[in-house]
Design a protein around this ligand. Structure first.
Ligand code: PY5
Length: 306
């Protein structure tokens, strides 16, 4: 997916022109995948043109948690990172965009030991459309179970949104595309369902919403958490429980969630038809967009106005 360039990027405390936001080819993270990042969206309400970043603080807190696990000393507070995000969106005159904060170990040392490498931080913003393709949110996508296993808690912890994790995701994603699918579902070493390559996963069966527990080895997605809250509002029974691939094959509804993917229905799993997006998927999707557009007062705390 090509990047829609804008004018500026926030880099190490300064706003620099897009083309000048570069790094040395010997930067530590480029060689050893030692960075951590976030993915956030800013939405514009189509009715009143107001624009809001969704769960900005929660994302920056997760970035701090990722740094803690990865033993990276992040030189900016959550507040500073939130302020910098609003500043760079305004500077680029954007109303709706994707936001990509990245913390990486920069230039200065070689070898696996990162001691002495500087901690560099950027926040980039750009307009980004539907992550899983043009009509994905409307009609759903075909997915397949990957032959690659999810990185385990004792290999590369799925709780850390680290750049290194995405070698695993890239292998699964490319395999899925080779098989004609839009996205892959990863199982853990026990064969239990984890998540997509950049999304959490939900199923609905007999009116009950379920999603795998964090202990099965997956990212603690903020959209996942949002959907669990919205299910509660809509009085949809929801459980966190381990799922097998068969649970996906026989589910009434299946969907994926993520900041990039938003709430994307799944139309088939390994060629087993799920069908058109179901009633619960639709209801949650509708409420999700109402929340991110600022139409629901009780969720005002999740929004930072630009
Ligand atoms: N699981 C993985 C492996 C992810 O990469 C993501 C987010 C999620 C779950 C969902 O987390 P959240 O709901 O907090 O976004 N992926 C990033 C995103 O911006 C990067 C995707 C390219 O959605």
């Amino acid at each position: 997916m090509a990047i829609d360039e804008v004018d500026y990027i926030w880099k190490d405390g300064e706003i620099v022109p897009w083309a000048e936001a570069t790094t040395h080819v010997l930067s530590h993270s480029l060689h050893y995948g030692s960075g951590v990042f976030e993915g956030i969206r800013c939405y514009q309400n189509p009715d009143n043109d107001k624009s809001f970043v969704f769960r900005l603080r929660d994302h920056m807190e997760r970035l701090h948690r990722s740094c803690k696990i990865a033993l990276i000393d992040l030189p900016y507070t959550v507040d500073e990172l939130c302020d910098a995000t609003i500043e760079i969106i305004r500077k680029n005159n954007l109303k709706a965009c994707y936001i990509r904060p990245l913390v990486y170990r920069g230039y200065g040392v070689m070898g696996v030991d990162p001691t002495g490498a500087p901690t560099d931080v950027i926040i980039a913003v750009w307009p980004w459309g539907t992550y899983l393709g043009g009509d994905a949110l409307e009609n759903g996508v075909a997915v397949g179970i990957s032959s690659w296993r999810q990185r385990s808690n004792n290999a590369i912890p799925p709780a850390v949104k680290s750049t290194a994790s995405y070698m695993n995701s890239i292998l699964a994603k490319l395999e899925a595309k080779q098989h004609g699918y839009v996205e892959a579902i990863m199982l853990n070493e026990q064969g239990l369902v984890c998540e997509g390559t950049g999304e959490n996963l939900f199923i609905v069966r007999d009116g009950v919403l379920s999603t795998p527990p964090l202990s099965d080895g997956l990212l603690e997605g903020l959209t996942r958490d949002t959907i669990l809250c919205l299910a509660d509002d809509l009085e949809i029974p929801a459980v966190e429980e381990s799922l097998t691939r068969s649970d996906l094959y026989i589910a009434d509804e299946v969907f994926m969630t993520g900041s990039a993917a938003e709430l994307t229905p799944i139309g088939s799993v390994d060629g087993r038809e799920v069908g058109k997006p179901g009633e619960i998927t639709r209801a949650l999707q509708e409420r999700f967009f109402d929340v991110v557009y600022g139409n629901i007062e009780e969720y005002a705390d999740w929004l930072t106005e630009v």
